[in-house]
Design a protein around this ligand. Structure first.
Ligand code: K7E
Ligand code: CUA
Length: 666
């Protein structure tokens, strides 16, 4: 009977959610108070106070905004090609998007986590997940370049990722979809989920100085869906917490079949213990295949390597690594407060928010206060781990951030609001509508030991009538609230790229002064660099033509190239020899099926072009770099296969002479 009741509840809850998906808060037209404009106004020429790094969702990129102005500062390509600056199109960056499946031009990017030292943001790197083809990226915040991407074996849907430990010892990634391990025969009936599917969590070590990532070990866990996670901090450093849903282990119609149980789990992981087992040689080497791609700022070139082994710890055999804690109901966000004592599980279908106590979890483990086990992993009694519940907070809790003053702010997707509550007494303090259907929240430093409780930013799923209509597809919306007072106050709407999920923000001073202004030309170790116009050249090797080209205001050297033949592959290796901040040059040639190049001062980038017809092909600089930018151009001549037109190149000297060239065109 109980299960029927539960089922009925699930269906009712789902109907409620389905019916309320675009629910409009009663006060949708609510006015923004008079001083809002002054609060978000950043005068021309003045800097914003915070950097806001925002995940791009289905755009695959990360965007960077200034807060409080909401001004878009940059789009950093990570997992999707970006023809705008040649990422994924230039020969140097193509390897960044290599995987064990080959080159992949797109992914779905949900979560970002800034590197930390002692639980505080250190401004060095930001990590990003790829949800679809499981990968984790590291972006270097001195260049705002994607510096490294590592693929994750034994995973499917890298959603519970990337989350870092308080000294960036590890970047941790849990699989959303459980799947058969990569070294097993995966050709099994889908309905053998319970027997054959496993959930894997990857611990990626991060080099202390250089940030280099490596899969230190993986934990093999029961087959469930890992949704989100956060590391313990302070007293709970050494532990990691994951929200788990589909503990029903359903493989079809998850909206019903994975919503049956009254409680799913938060999984607590003692990763220090896992490290001990690893040291003691308890890990098993497993044959797998995954790509590891690194961008080198000296050569301005990425390399990709396929790796073939990973070490796996079986959490069923190695008893005291994992513990399940019951959590109502299909938990999504899993957030740890600044002290590390409180772990908040946000059940999407729950009518309350449970807050778990780290101390109580430790005591429950010591006392073996278990209600049984789940697939060999002990399940701690709910009450034994629970600190308390926030009653009637709202509908559809998703994510929680902390203000560092003892309060939490939770987003509610269904009731379209953010709600502030006190962690100690679990009382609701304030609520403010969002427009509409809020997902993630961001308080600067909101998942660190020292949040900066000036603002909270809501990232909404639905925009509806907030902006001028732009056809069926509208920009997603971010909303900025001032939380410095008792009442949360909406002060700004700003549109975002792609679909934002998690975002992080940090005081501008932490990032600003690290920023590289240009690359030193003498340090350029690209294999095809031209360090000055005197070293430019065009070299034929069989059907490969390498053009060593320079760009400086306002010409390309060489700018006349003849002797290219049908069947050739032409590589334009363009070095920007400027040594000044903010003077990029671009390069594009008619008919190229790639993108453009956007080359920063001191950098070399390469565009591959395979001419498809005989003729004259203009090329030009695409970035308006000077008053004579329109003059920054040239021509390539393509002759038929077997033509005897000699390979020549020049700038300003007309080589070969006008008469002799005519022969080749007869
Ligand atoms: Cu809530 Cu993919 Cu973090 Cu979106 S997830 S909202
Ligand atoms: Cu260089 Cu325009």
């Amino acid at each position: 009977m109980k299960s029927i009741k539960q089922y009925a509840f699930a269906v009712a809850a789902l109907a409620l959610i389905a019916g309320m998906q675009s629910c409009k808060p009663k006060s949708a037209g609510s006015a923004v108070s008079g001083d809002a404009a002054a609060k978000v106004y950043v005068a021309p020429g003045k800097y914003d106070e915070f950097y806001n790094f925002v995940s791009g969702g289905f755009s695959g990129q990360m965007s960077v905004y200034g807060i409080p102005s909401g001004r878009l500062l940059k789009v950093v390509p990570i997992f999707s090609v970006n023809p705008e600056n040649g990422y994924g199109y230039s020969e140097e960056t193509k390897p960044m998007l290599n995987t064990s499946h080959g080159f992949i031009p797109w992914d779905d990017q949900h979560h970002l986590d800034l590197s930390q030292t002692d639980g505080n943001i250190d401004g060095r790197w930001i990590f990003a997940n790829a949800n679809n083809t499981p990968r984790v990226a590291r972006v270097d915040l001195s260049t705002f370049h994607t510096a490294e991407i590592i693929e994750l074996p034994n995973s499917g849907g890298n959603h519970s990722s990337p989350f870092i430990t308080e000294n960036t010892e590890y970047v941790v990634a849990g699989t959303r979809f459980s799947v058969p391990p990569d070294d097993k025969n995966g050709d099994v009936p889908i309905n053998t989920y319970k027997q054959n599917f496993k959930g894997t969590i990857s611990f990626i070590s991060v080099g202390k100085e250089d940030g280099k990532m490596d899969i230190a070990f993986q934990l093999q866990c029961p087959g469930v869906n890992f949704d989100l996670s956060h590391a313990g901090k302070g007293k709970s450093h050494g532990w990691f917490f994951f929200s788990c849903y589909n503990t029903e282990q359903a493989n079809t119609l998850l909206e019903v079949n994975a919503s049956k149980r009254d409680k799913d789990f938060i999984m607590a992981v003692n990763w220090k213990k896992a490290e001990e087992y690893l040291k003691a040689g308890k890990g098993k080497k497993q044959a797998v295949k995954y790509a590891h791609n690194v961008y080198n700022e000296k050569t301005h070139t990425a390399t990709s390597e396929i790796r073939t082994e990973v070490t796996v710890l079986d959490t069923k055999e190695l008893k005291d690594i994992c513990y399940f804690i019951p959590c109502p109901k299909s938990p999504h966000g899993c957030d740890v407060d600044p002290t590390g004592e409180y772990i908040v599980g946000s059940g999407k279908l729950a009518a309350l928010i449970p807050v778990f106590s780290f101390d109580k979890i430790q005591k429950a483990i010591a006392d073996k206060a278990y209600e049984g086990d789940y697939d060999g992993i002990p399940v701690i009694k709910y009450e034994a781990a629970l600190y308390g519940e926030v009653k009637k907070p709202g509908l559809g809790p998703l994510h929680t951030e902390f203000d560092g003053k003892g309060n939490a702010i939770t987003s509610f997707f269904v009731s379209s609001e953010i709600v502030k509550w006190n962690i100690k007494d679990l009382k609701v303090l304030d609520r403010a509508p969002t427009y509409y259907s809020v997902g993630h929240l961001c308080i600067p430093g909101g998942d660190t030991k020292t949040p900066n409780a000036k603002y909270v930013i809501a990232y909404n799923k639905i925009t509806k009538d907030r902006y001028l209509p732009t056809g069926p597809e509208l920009a997603q919306s971010a909303q900025l609230y001032d939380i410095s007072g008792d009442k949360m106050q909406l002060i700004l709407d700003f549109p975002t790229i792609g679909e934002p999920h998690y975002a992080q923000a940090v005081a501008a001073s932490v990032i600003r002064d690290r920023s590289v202004k240009f690359f030193k030309i003498e340090d350029n170790a690209n294999a095809f660099v031209s360090k000055g116009e005197g070293t430019t050249k065009v070299i034929r090797t069989g059907s490969k033509v390498d053009v060593y080209m320079t760009a400086i205001r306002s010409h390309l050297t060489p700018d006349n190239i003849e002797g290219i033949r049908m069947g050739d592959d032409v590589y334009f290796h363009v070095t920007n020899i400027e040594q000044d901040w903010d003077v990029p040059h671009g390069f594009a040639i008619k008919g190229a099926t790639t993108g453009e190049l956007l080359i920063m001062p001191g950098e070399t980038a390469t565009l591959k072009w395979t001419p498809d017809r005989v003729g004259i092909f203009p090329f030009y600089c695409t970035d308006f770099c000077s008053a004579l930018h329109q003059e920054m151009s040239g021509y390539a001549r393509v002759s038929p296969a077997g033509s005897t037109v000699p390979l020549t190149f020049s700038t300003g000297t007309n080589q070969p002479k006008a008469d002799s060239t005519a022969a080749g065109t007869k």
